[in-house]
Design a protein around this ligand. Structure first.
Ligand code: LRH
Ligand code: MN
Length: 424
């Protein structure tokens, strides 16, 4: 489904005067407004291929209809998001949920929508039909060499698909762990995973990165073999320079100081990227910034300072990906809100006077430090984010235009109410 030719131009025309009023005020308040807009305009967030349909939980799944039935339709839906906000120019595939039948055709279709292929995701947490050995008791940690070999082969196969599509990174998330005390030899499990990751690492093309994603719990509920940033950092450090940690915001126990973890991993040069989402309790995979927007801002504060300290390019230095699941929202509206929340947190982080903040810290002026941090957070930067979109040819208010052009209704007309797409 394509947006009608002039729908974005007409939408922007109708909203331009109020946008320019807000920009005039912000330009009066923010000396470096244009630098912030430049950075926002260059910033792209990868959309997960598994988050374009209704996720659901083990208790139920309530599809909203018009959901993609193929990889081609998933790419077209991301094309729509990107046409609206010009900040969703990448897709992250999950194998075998999204095995391309014709890699060249898929690559060309994505290019037509201005979409590139971000990190590939392997899947050794589900047994596929006809699969030789089961992952019930883990994959790369498994006591059986044959099971580990099967999982290693799968990851190498995922790399092959990624090379054909132009991806340059592989994310390995392992459900591996244990549900009961006594079930697992932690040291042997670590060693098995490490040796298995070494074989996967050895299969990486020279320009590729390996992201080791950690998670505190689920589906195992006593131990997880890549359970926290320390374990992921241990693997990534032992594996070599192409291996990094991946921070999924929902993979921490409540109240963990994620921004401190981000600051240290970045300082060590071992932060590879993010799976952005939000959560109240567990791995809830909710809309980014919907529960803890201040934490998201504090994370971007550490990212901006940490990347600037290392001279890293913000747009390309790390893997910026969303990992969400939708139960009650239209998936595309949810993703538009998530990208917006990321861009707002990034803009506020860029707005904060980092030099003055450092001076307050040096002076142990705790109050001044908080005032500097929160004055940026309390600044409505939405017009700056909109200005970046306008500059890139996007809509001033993507969600409003998505609704006013009745995209979902048209998708339901085209695809029907049932959803068949594989994935979570
Ligand atoms: C695990 C996870 C991982 C994906 C899956 C879809 O919870 O975050 O990143 O493979 O979700
Ligand atoms: Mn994730």
């Amino acid at each position: 489904m394509q947006l009608a030719r002039n729908s974005i131009a007409d939408h922007n025309q109708a909203m331009l005067s109020s946008h320019e009023r807000q920009m005039q005020y912000l330009r009066g308040e923010i000396a470096h407004a244009d630098q912030i807009i430049n950075k926002l305009a260059a910033f792209q967030v990868a959309i997960p291929s598994w988050a374009l349909g209704t996720g659901g939980t083990r208790f139920g799944r309530f599809s909203g209809g018009g959901e993609p039935r193929s990889l081609e339709e998933k790419i077209s839906d991301i094309g729509l998001l990107h046409a609206l906000n010009r900040s969703s120019g990448a897709i992250s595939l999950h194998i075998p949920w999204d095995i391309p039948t014709d890699a060249n055709a898929i690559r060309q279709l994505a290019a037509q929508h201005g979409i590139r292929f971000d990190a590939m995701n392997s899947n050794t947490f589900q047994d596929q039909p006809g699969q030789e050995a089961s992952y019930k008791f883990g994959s790369l940690q498994h006591v059986s060499k044959a099971v580990r070999k099967q999982a290693i082969q799968h990851n190498i196969e995922v790399i092959r698909h990624g090379v054909e599509l132009g991806s340059e990174s592989l994310t390995v998330w392992l459900a591996d762990g244990s549900c009961f005390p006594g079930q697992l030899n932690f040291r042997q499990a670590f060693q098995n995973v490490y040796e298995s990751l070494q074989e996967i690492y050895a299969a990486l093309p020279s320009n590729w990165k390996l992201f080791v994603e950690y998670k505190a719990f689920e589906p195992n509920f006593y131990s997880t073999t890549v359970g926290d940033w320390g374990q992921s950092y241990l693997y990534a450090s032992k594996l070599g320079p192409k291996a990094y940690t991946l921070v999924d915001l929902g993979h921490h126990h409540p109240n963990v100081n994620i921004e401190q973890i981000v600051a240290l991993l970045l300082m060590e040069g071992k932060l590879g990227g993010f799976h952005f989402n939000d959560s109240k309790y567990g791995d809830d995979d909710l809309t980014v910034g919907s529960i803890k927007p201040y934490q998201l801002y504090l994370i971007f504060r550490e990212l901006v300072d940490g990347m600037d300290a290392k001279g890293m390019d913000h747009a390309t230095g790390l893997g910026w990906m969303i990992d969400a699941s939708h139960n009650v929202k239209d998936p595309l509206e949810d993703l538009l809100q998530s990208v917006e929340a990321i861009m707002i947190a990034y803009a506020q982080a860029l707005l904060c006077d980092a030099k003055a903040l450092e001076a307050a810290r040096e002076a142990n002026d705790v109050v001044a430090a908080q005032e500097l941090l929160q004055s940026a957070y309390r600044t409505d930067v939405r017009a700056l984010v909109a200005a970046a979109r306008l500059r890139n040819g996007g809509a001033l208010d993507p969600l409003k235009l998505y609704r006013s052009t009745e995209v979902r209704q048209q998708l339901i007309k085209e695809r029907g109410n049932k959803s068949t797409a594989t994935g979570l």
